[in-house]
Structure formats: C-alpha cells, structure tokens
Design a protein around this ligand. Structure first.
Ligand code: UDX
Length: 446
C-alpha cells in the first residue's frame, strides 16, 4: 500500500512535531497555518519555538522535500489524503474551552472538501472537550462539503500526549495510540497509518469519539492530581522534623501501582496543558451537572504552592521592600522557552507586590519572559550574575546547568546565602552545612 499523504492544520507544538515526525519516517506532509510569519519561518527551517531536535528534523524534512508549509488550506486538502487538525484550544475567562479556532478550521476544511471528489480522512488532534468532534466539528465538516461523515469523508479523534521539552521523542515513541472513530473505515485507515509509522508493538485503544476526547483530559487531570498529591504530602513534611519529600516519593515510586513518575514535589505545575485542561474538565463537568471537587482542589493546591513559596521567603527575610531576590529559571519547565502558566509568574508578581526587586536568569526564556514581565524585573546572562548581592535565591526551573551550582557559589556571590529549592535539585545535607537552605517538602532540622 502506498503511504498516505498528510496535511496538518495549525503549527503549534502538536502540529509541527507531528508533521516533522511523519516526514522523518518518509511520509509527505503539507503543514498549514494562517500566520504568514510562522509559515515563512518553517519553510526556511526555522522552528517558531525551542524544542530539542526539532530544528534538525525540520531542516531535514524541508531539504528532502517531504515537508512543506503553506497558508493555502484548500490546496493542502486537495493534494493530500489525510488532514490532522492541530489548532489551539485556549481557555475562556471562565475556564471553559474556546473553540473559535476549531470551528473556523472545520469550516475551511469543509469548503475545501466540497471541491474534492476523492475520500479524505479528517483527524481532530487538538485537545477538545467530549462531544466536540461529534457535535461541533462533524456538522461543520458536513455543512459546506455536502458530504456525510463515514461515507463522503472519514473522521477520527486522536489525542496527543507529547510533553514540551521532549516533544519530538514523545512523537516518535508514544506509549500508546488512542483512536476515537466515527466509523470503522476511518479508524482502520488511521490505525494502518500509525502502524506504518510505529510498527506493530505500540498499543492501540480504539473507541468512539467522545471517549477518546475524555481520555486526553482524564490523562492530564490524573498527572496534575499526582503532582498536587505529592505537593500536599510535601507540605506535611515541612511540618515534621527530619522528613524529606524526595525520600517519601522514592518510597512510593517503587510501588508498581504508583510508579515513580510525576512524584516530584515543588512549586507546582504550569505549562500550556495541565492548568488549562483541568479547568476545562471542571467547567465541562459543572455544565453536565457534576461538581468535580477533587479536581477543584488539585488546582487550588497548585495555586497555593506559589503563594507558599513566597511565604517561605517572607518568613526568613521579614519585610520584602527593597530586598533583592534572585530567580533561577523562568520557563514552566526545563528545555523550553515556554512561559505559559509558568510558576515563575505568580511567584515573581507576588514578590513584586510586596516591594522586592527581582533579578532573573533563564538559559533561553528571556524574550518570552519579557512579554510577561517587561522591565519590571532585571534579566542577567548567567546564574552567577543572578546571585550577585541577592538577599535570597529561589530555584524555580530545574535547568541542568543549575544542578552544577555549589553551596560556595551562593556563599561567595550573594549578600546573604539563602536558597529556596523550589524543584528539589540540591542535596539538603550538603547545602544545610554551608548556607541557609530551605526547600519544598523538607522537614525542619530537629
Ligand atoms: C503535559 C503532559 O505531560 C502531556 O502528556 C500533555 O500532552 C501536555 O501536558 P507538558 O505540559 O509539556 O506535558 O509538561 P510536563 O512534563 O507534563 O510538566 C508539566 C508541569 O508539571 C511542569 O510545570 C512541571 O514542572 C510540573 N511537574 C511535572 C511537577 O511539578 N512534578 C512532576 O513530578 C512532574
């Protein structure tokens, strides 16, 4: 069987990584976006965001001719067999999902389908609340194309589980593939495509459209719950002398029913998915008549971790007016310049409100951080210059280079060597010997 040709609408993380992933395995891919700047950059092999291995694979794809980018959705549909919808689904102010981009994309695809005779498969890959593909996307696709889903064109929902910072790796090595199908033929076609891409060992879950949509939310909400759970235990540790959450996590993680992942306590989760998706699930549950109290608490615990971090600073320094705080790391996690919902934001804003001055260093996120903080904070070009003359330092993002700092670096450069480890990367025994060291989930010295 000849490989299907693919178009991808929406050049965010999911779209670009999916496109690059398919092209790296020999598929021909046309990527579409309505932002001319993005399309021009991608055509030149320049990724619009930082992601390990992305630039290399993008350039290889462009060079080999397998990857193309365009503004023209109609041509992209005409010249391919399969289209992935990967546009953004941001939050409305009330936490519910904003489907504007999904609706306009489905409308454009529908109009393009009207001009095409050949069978075409549409796959919703954007994160959308249960019912969206069936009740919003499908009717729109049918409306302008004058075709029926199932006979005139195929329709699937296929959520993506990639993590920023390892998006290419995750795209090429998924734990499983979830296919929600409108009809058997649509599901079979997508299943065959993925088997060509990943081989036969990757597990598949085939189901209906709303169940596939819910799996994505349930997945993210579960991981967020795991983090808020371990942060709850971390907060308890801080009240019990001689305890340490990192050891508690280890003890839990060896239980195969729990597993060690997502048990790192700290200042909380951020990023483009967890806060948004948990809110959307809560809002959707409220709408259908269930108050998801567990998930509401998960979000509250997360918000409180940032406040709690500032309280630790205040407990040590007292009045913060005029105090200089060094912030190591701004991005929501290492290996990305993404500032969406980064925990640095509530922490820094709260410190600024209390009159502190902030000096920050992040290896790559300064320009995205500038669009959040502007000139309200000072940006410096190394960890050591960040520490200079600071009254207190907060480790916010666990970049690898920060793991190489030694207690003496803090002692030598800071006005007073006080370190708060918000991501548990330093050894408390080593640090407590030489500087004032506090950390999320670290019990007091007895
Ligand atoms: C997440 C999901 O992992 C991914 O499957 C989904 O497709 C998108 O959302 P991402 O947001 O890129 O991916 O990052 P992830 O590695 O999951 O981390 C999210 C946040 O949780 C980060 O702020 C991270 O610092 C925090 N985190 C993660 C913890 O605080 N503790 C942990 O143990 C793990």
């Amino acid at each position: 069987m000849e490989s299907q040709t693919i178009s991808i609408v929406g050049l965010g993380y999911v779209g670009l990584c999916t496109g690059v992933g398919f092209a790296s395995k020999g598929f021909s891919v046309i990527m579409v976006d309505n932002d001319p700047k993005k399309v021009t950059a991608v055509t030149k092999g320049i990724p619009p965001f930082h992601e390990p291995d992305l630039e290399k694979l993008l350039q290889e794809g462009i060079k080999s001719g397998l990857l193309k980018a365009t503004l023209d959705i109609e041509q992209a549909i005409k010249n391919t067999d399969v289209t992935f919808i990967t546009v953004g689904t941001p939050s409305n102010p009330d936490g519910s999902i904003d489907l504007k981009q999904i609706k306009s994309c489905a409308t454009e695809i529908s109009k393009a389908l009207a001009k095409k005779d050949k069978y075409h498969l549409i796959i919703v890959k954007s994160t959308v609340v249960p019912g969206t593909t069936e009740n919003i996307v499908k009717p729109l696709l049918e409306k302008y194309s004058n075709k029926k889903a199932g006979s005139g064109f195929g329709l699937c929902m296929n959520p993506e589980f990639l993590r920023e910072g390892s998006a290419i790796f995750d795209t090429l090595h998924p734990d499983r593939i979830v296919i929600g199908e409108n009809d058997k033929e649509s599901g079979n076609l997508l299943h065959a495509m993925y088997q060509e891409l990943y081989g036969k060992t990757t597990p598949f879950v085939r189901t209906n459209l709303p169940t596939a949509e819910l799996i994505k939310y349930a997945n993210n909400a579960f991981l967020a719950t795991k983090i808020s759970y371990i942060n709850t235990i971390a907060n308890i540790c801080e009240k019990i002398p001689s305890t340490d959450i990192t050891v508690v996590s280890q003890g839990l993680g060896f239980d195969q029913r729990i597993n060690p992942q997502f048990l790192r306590a700290g200042i909380g989760y951020g990023g483009s998915c967890f806060p948004k998706d948990v809110n959307a699930l809560i809002a959707m549950a409220d709408q259908v008549g269930y108050s998801a109290i567990l998930l509401k608490d998960v979000q509250e615990v997360n918000e409180n971790q940032a406040k709690h971090t500032v309280e630790i600073v205040q407990k040590i320094l007292g009045e913060l007016v005029g105090k200089r705080i060094a912030i190591l790391g701004l991005a929501f996690k290492p290996d990305t310049d993404d500032m969406r919902e980064a925990r640095s934001i509530p922490i820094i804003n709260e410190l600024l409100n209390k009159g502190a001055t902030i000096t920050a260093y992040d290896p790559i996120a300064h320009s995205s951080a500038f669009s959040v903080f502007g000139n309200k904070i000072n940006y410096v070009n190394s960890a050591i210059s960040c520490l200079k003359d600071a009254d207190c330092c907060i480790l916010v993002t666990e970049w690898n280079e920060f793991k190489h700092l030694k207690p003496d670096d803090f002692k030598k450069h800071m006005k007073q060597p006080i370190l708060i480890d918000g991501r548990r990367i330093y050894n408390p025994t080593e640090y407590r010997k030489k500087i004032q060291f506090e950390a999320i989930g670290l019990g007091p010295i007895p």
